[in-house]
Design a protein around this ligand. Structure first.
Ligand code: M6R
Length: 609
């Protein structure tokens, strides 16, 4: 969703801000803007544009924007249409206060009504009220004015503010929408995530909710809402600029699909214990006694992460024998979930910032569950709010469509299931089988990626179809769901996913020669059952694409097209079987000329409800 970047230091701000905005493009946006404060001439210049950063950059060619302090924003419209007037930065009446904001000001209508008697509003946004509130409270100290203004505000914000009359200062405030400060040499960056600052520094300070930071040339001072100083640690992050590049691939999504064999090793490293046939994830923060008492596991997630969680459910039930539920976060938070102190709740999330998942975890915590996070983004809200958990180490995932985070989330969930399983019913021998399968998985993923050229040819053949049905059974049902979601997200082709056995209860009515089916038929305990479902499809003359196990010549005879993947232990199949489906969606989107990395209407991290 919206992205923020700010800079104060010795360098020209504009190039840093524009480069930073480009790094934030992956989050999804529909307009962008920048403001630079020229301390010598005491002026603030602002330029905004609807559409891509390129349009903004084009507009900037006609401007001179000198200055070493500035803020910038990519907006994903919520309040007010996609117009230049609604794009950030927003200003107060005189243009002295300049504000960029992520989040939602819930009481903005009341505030706007109240302020309108003395202030002139120029946009339809909720954000603009903040600029006018700061104007109303400014008496020479910008930080204090922001603090005072925020006492009137209900809602969520990641907020960055400049004032023409405090020219060597930026103030940032956070409540419910992340902000990170990058610490350089007599210079500071502030952004909604670390990506805009990776080219300059890996030293960061993560702001927590309720904190306000004042950045000057020489220091960063952080206070709470009562203006009490807070000492924060500077942390070193291990992601670097190189990890956030396409590295010669045509798109981030393709690069991230191909990253998978490497980053899965990062997820497994140091966590598998071959001799004991187990995994050890230190972040669980539970004693064996506490682990024994867990009676129920709930996995809370959205979108792709929820499909990874579905695989986690199979693993927890099969290995640990613990009843496990998946809850889509937006549903969980508004039910009245039954939770007791023997319930272990995992939040499963790439970004660690998904608003619904965070709210659901807070609810679970309130009700007394153990709450842990399985997260990719280091320092994210989920990582910091949970009482333990694990990073999946997938590295920066910048394409909106999640790929490498999905497979690494699955790997970590299965390792957790194994760790629990070994404390109760899993033998060393069974545990070792899982560990050994993990040790071979990276090489098998590389083999699965070799299908890319063949998958592209299949995509060519099917590019004219308007609908697809994805089918899987057992542990491959989440794979079908994920394949279908990828297809919808980036190629905008309608697709549905069903468990194979559910076909004759309705969806089979859809099938015809115009409605292709993509089915997962790999060699596992449900092979024969799935094969029967496939016969039913053939009888309806629907074109059939199969994902099948290498060497299964029967599959070739069954289908119009087959993509062969290496065999692995059934529990780990989703890690392999999803790869050709990611590639299928990718090639289809490219062939159809879609914006693969930034599909319409979608944002990378969904930080509003
Ligand atoms: O950051 P999260 O994993 O919590 O995000 C959850 C979903 O928003 C995300 O997986 C979404 O479905 C992706 N666009 C899928 O590709």
């Amino acid at each position: 969703m919206c992205g923020i970047v700010g800079y104060i230091g010795k360098k020209e701000a504009l190039p840093i801000l524009i480069k930073g905005l480009r790094r934030l493009e992956y989050r999804g946006y529909d307009s962008a803007g920048v403001a630079v404060l020229d301390a010598d001439n005491v002026t603030v210049k602002r330029v905004r544009a609807v559409g891509k950063i390129d349009t903004l950059a084009e507009k900037l060619k006609a401007e001179t924007m000198a200055g070493t302090v500035g803020i910038a924003h990519t907006r994903w419209a919520t309040h007010g249409g996609v117009t230049e007037d609604n794009a950030h930065p927003h200003t107060d009446c005189s243009g002295a206060v300049t504000v960029v904001h992520n989040g939602i000001i819930e009481n903005y209508r009341e505030l706007k009504k109240r302020l309108s008697t003395k202030h002139v509003f120029k946009s339809e946004t909720d954000t603009e009220v903040i600029a006018h509130l700061i104007e109303a409270h400014y008496k020479g100290d910008l930080r204090l004015a922001v603090e005072m203004a925020l006492t009137h505000v209900q809602g969520t914000y990641g907020l960055v503010v400049m004032h023409r009359d405090s020219p060597r200062k930026i103030v940032a405030a956070r409540l419910g929408s992340p902000l990170v400060i990058g610490v350089g040499d007599k210079e500071y960056y502030v952004a909604s995530d670390t990506s805009p600052m990776l080219a300059y520094t890996q030293q960061v300070i993560f702001l927590d909710d309720g904190e306000i930071a004042e950045l000057t040339d020489s220091e960063v001072k952080i206070v709470n809402h009562h203006d009490q100083k807070i000492d924060k640690h500077t942390e070193q992050i291990d992601w670097d600029e190189a990890a956030a590049q396409t590295n010669g691939f045509a798109h981030f999504m393709l690069k991230e699909i191909f990253d998978q064999p490497t980053v899965i090793k990062d997820a497994l490293r140091g966590r598998l214990q071959v001799e004991e046939g187990t995994a050890h994830l230190g972040g669980l923060n539970m004693t064996e006694e506490q682990m024994h008492k867990v009676r129920r596991v709930i996995l809370i997630a959205c979108g792709t992460a929820s499909y990874a969680a579905m695989v986690g459910k199979y693993a927890f039930e099969r290995l640990a024998g613990i009843p496990t539920e998946i809850d889509v976060a937006s549903e969980f938070r508004y039910r009245d979930p039954i939770i007791d102190p023997h319930t272990l709740v995992f939040g499963v999330s790439q970004s660690g910032e998904t608003a619904d998942t965070l709210a659901a975890l807070r609810e679970a915590k309130r009700k007394g569950a153990y709450v842990r996070g399985i997260v990719n983004v280091v320092g994210s809200t989920m990582a910091r709010e949970t009482d333990g958990g694990t990073y999946i180490h997938a590295g920066p995932e910048l394409a909106v469509a999640s790929t490498k985070a999905y497979t690494n989330l699955i790997a970590v969930l299965i390792m957790y299931a194994l760790q629990f399983g070994r404390t109760n019913r899993v033998t060393v021998a069974t545990g070792q089988r899982v560990v050994n399968a993990f040790l071979e998985i990276s090489e098998k993923m590389t083999r699965a990626l070799k299908t890319s050229a063949a998958v592209r040819q299949i995509a060519e053949k099917y590019r004219g179809y308007k609908n697809f049905l994805f089918l899987g059974r057992g542990i491959n049902y989440p794979v079908a769901l994920e394949g279908s979601l990828k297809m919808k997200e980036i190629s905008y082709i309608h697709s549905e996913a069903y468990p194979g056995g559910e076909m004759k209860h309705g969806p089979i009515a859809l099938l015809s020669p115009e409605f292709p089916v993509v089915a997962i038929l790999t060699k596992n305990q449900l092979y024969d059952k799935m094969r029967s479902n496939i016969e039913e499809i053939r009888a309806r003359k629907a074109p059939l694409i199969l994902i099948a196990t290498e060497g299964d010549e029967d599959a070739r005879a069954l289908a119009d097209d087959v993509i062969f993947v290496p065999q692995t232990m059934e529990l780990l199949e989703p890690i392999i079987n999803t790869i050709p489906l990611q590639l299928f969606a990718y090639h289809m989107a490219v062939l159809l000329g879609k914006d693969v990395d930034r599909p319409r209407n979608l944002a990378k991290s969904v930080t509003v409800e």
